[in-house]
Ligand binder design. Structure first.
Ligand SMILES: [Zn+2]
Length: 609
């Protein structure tokens, strides 16, 4: 570098000299031009010597170029200054700020590895730790991007996984109190990094994690799973998601084995993603692995297998392999018959109608403003872990007891408590009720306050108004699809009468995609089982709107056949509102006019799909 610096001004002087000689003809150099030459050389030498031996001069040169935006030219001066100042016995802390600036100049030169080293060192000093939070986040983000570009995916993944945790609820859309400030910044930077990951990870082959220990490999795989789960929910980030998730999946499979629940867990996030991307064969292979794993782990007769059977059958149907799909559906029905009895749906209808827990709720099936449940109870009193003060409305749920059973034992909050307890044990994660009942008025206020951001469900189409919906927190933020608890809910919620109301790709709420992995809704045990066994996959509102048809078919044993149109989804079968059979209940849409409106909107909804 020093030689180059010396050379260029001298070259300039010599050519000037040559130009002068030509201009002056063949006259020999005058005393004046000789003196000038000496002076110029002396100055150049002096200047270069000074910025080579005097760190202050060198830094001044660096700062001048840096401020002028000549980052690439500034880089060598920054490096030289750092070296000189360290030689002068300054501490790493003294040069930390200069290191960060120099890092930026190195990144401008595409020297990502050097840039990353400088940034990492700068951040590790007391100076770096004392930076204000926003500056630090901004530098960490640049560092993570530099890591990706220099092939150190593991280090980038670790930074962005911490961003994801710190973003909290800002990393989940659909919050009722949309987050702002620092959490939103974390979420924004995280979202912007998707193309970096997509570019760096070959999305057909899993990335081979480099780590010194098995523990480190697994830690990286966990980070990749969380990030992949997050990107999987962002429209347009499928490649980043698939790259991260498949890397995590292969790593876990290699280290933990295919039967380990942490490995199986990822099939539930990656499989639907593959299916969405049209990679049906990849989805099929994943679901097959998961199905066999769960068959070995949970036993061949466990109804838990139904989730995997349904996923696999769905992929077969998409590939027009109806015979295989049908064989799987029949296998599942045998499991359900053995587990829940041949008469499993026979007595259900009257019950569920009386307590009126099956009503679909969406923008096509709105609730009336006056609707309020009459049997709200405090969830805490039924051992549901609450995330807020137990007395407030939001910590209330409907009791919705089973008929012909002990109301204290067989009801919504008791079953939610059981489900949470089961999944807490399986996952080791902290699970609590975040939000239960919300009145029309509360929802209205929330909507008015946050409406502009489009993150709050408008009043009248929120299931929370029914008192049947529970938003679930895991480790004090919205449940995510990468949580172990989510896998447990997906497998088991139906046994306790809960279904996932807003699955991926739904259009139940206004806006693009209202996938909410945290929002679980009670429909009663038998209806939830019927949904798993005979209902369309991930179309809960369509199922509920045509529930009597599905019940009729189940009771007659005439379940849908793979590859044939679902007769329950024909217009005439969409009922949406049920007759009022309970004296003290307040069913919605009890009159013919409302039913007609609901039916019309149901048809409109189906037309839109
Ligand atoms: Zn919710």
């Amino acid at each position: 570098m020093g030689i180059a610096m010396l050379k260029s001004p001298l070259t300039g002087v010599f050519s000037w000299q040559r130009g002068r000689q030509i201009a002056m003809g063949l006259r020999s150099p005058t005393l004046f031009s000789g003196a000038f030459l000496c002076l110029a050389i002396a100055f150049t030498v002096y200047f270069n010597v000074v910025i080579r031996i005097n760190p202050d001069a060198a830094q001044q040169r660096f700062e001048t170029l840096y401020e002028a935006g000549s980052l690439r030219r500034a880089a060598p001066h920054g490096e030289r200054t750092i070296a000189m100042r360290l030689k002068r016995n300054e501490s790493a802390n003294d040069v930390a700020s200069l290191k960060i600036k120099t890092a930026k100049t190195q990144l401008a030169r595409k020297k990502y590895e050097r840039g990353a080293t400088l940034m990492r060192d700068g951040l590790a000093t007391p100076w770096g730790k004392a930076l204000d939070r926003r500056s630090r986040i901004e530098i960490e983000n640049q560092l993570a991007r530099a890591y990706i570009r220099s092939g150190k995916i593991e280090d980038a993944v670790s930074i962005y996984a911490s961003f994801l945790e710190l973003a909290g609820d800002a990393a989940s859309h659909g919050d009722t109190r949309a987050t702002e400030g620092i959490e939103a910044l974390y979420a924004e930077l995280l979202a912007d990094a998707d193309s970096e990951f997509a570019g760096a990870l070959n999305h057909t082959d899993a990335y081979d994690i480099a780590a010194s220990s098995v523990q480190q490999k697994l830690a990286t795989a966990s980070h990749m799973a969380s990030l992949g789960g997050y990107y999987g929910m962002q429209a347009g980030s499928e490649y980043a998601a698939a790259g991260l998730l498949s890397s995590a999946y292969e790593t876990r499979k290699e280290i933990l084995g295919g039967d380990h629940q942490d490995t199986v867990q990822l099939t539930l996030i990656l499989g639907p993603l593959y299916a969405k991307m049209g990679r049906l064969k990849d989805a099929e292979n994943l679901y097959l692995d998961a199905f066999h794993a769960q068959e070995r782990v949970k036993g061949p007769n466990s109804p838990d297998l139904s989730l995997y059977i349904k996923l696999l059958a769905g992929v077969y149907e998409k590939q027009n392999r109806f015979t295989e799909a049908q064989a799987l559906y029949e296998h599942m029905r045998r499991l359900f018959r053995d587990a829940f009895g041949a008469q499993r749906y026979a007595v259900n209808r009257a019950q569920d109608r009386r307590v009126y827990i099956n009503r679909p709720v969406s923008q096509f099936f709105p609730l009336e403003e006056e609707y309020a449940p009459s049997d709200l109870v405090s969830a805490v009193e039924y051992s549901v872990p609450a995330s807020k003060l137990p007395a407030i409305d939001e910590m209330k749920l409907r009791l919705a007891p089973d008929t012909n059973a002990d109301a204290r034992e067989a009801n919504l909050p008791v079953r939610l408590a059981q489900l949470i307890s089961l999944c807490r044990n399986e996952s080791g994660e902290r699970i609590s009720l975040r939000s239960g009942y919300r009145s029309y008025k509360t929802q209205y206020i929330l909507f008015e306050r946050n409406g502009a951001r489009g993150t709050v469900t408008p009043p009248g189409i929120s299931e929370h108004q029914t008192g049947l919906a529970a938003d679930i927190n895991v480790n004090d933020r919205f449940m995510r699809q990468s949580d172990r608890a989510f896998q447990c809910f997906e497998e088991n919620a139906f046994r306790f009468g809960f279904i996932l109301s807003y699955p991926p790709g739904n259009n139940y709420l206004p806006g693009e995609d209202s996938y909410e992995p945290w929002h679980w809704r009670y429909v009663g045990v038998q209806t939830a089982q019927l949904y798993r066994e005979a209902g369309p996959y991930n179309q809960p509102q369509e199922f509920l709107a045509a529930l009597p048809c599905y019940q009729e078919r189940a009771i007659n044993g005439s379940f849908p056949t793979a590859g044939e149109p679902d007769i329950c989804q024909e217009d005439a079968k969409i009922v949406a509102a049920f007759p009022n059979e309970g004296a003290d209940e307040q069913p919605i849409g009890e009159n013919a006019e409302t039913a007609r409106i609901l039916n019309d909107s149901a048809h409109a909804a189906r037309g839109r799909r």
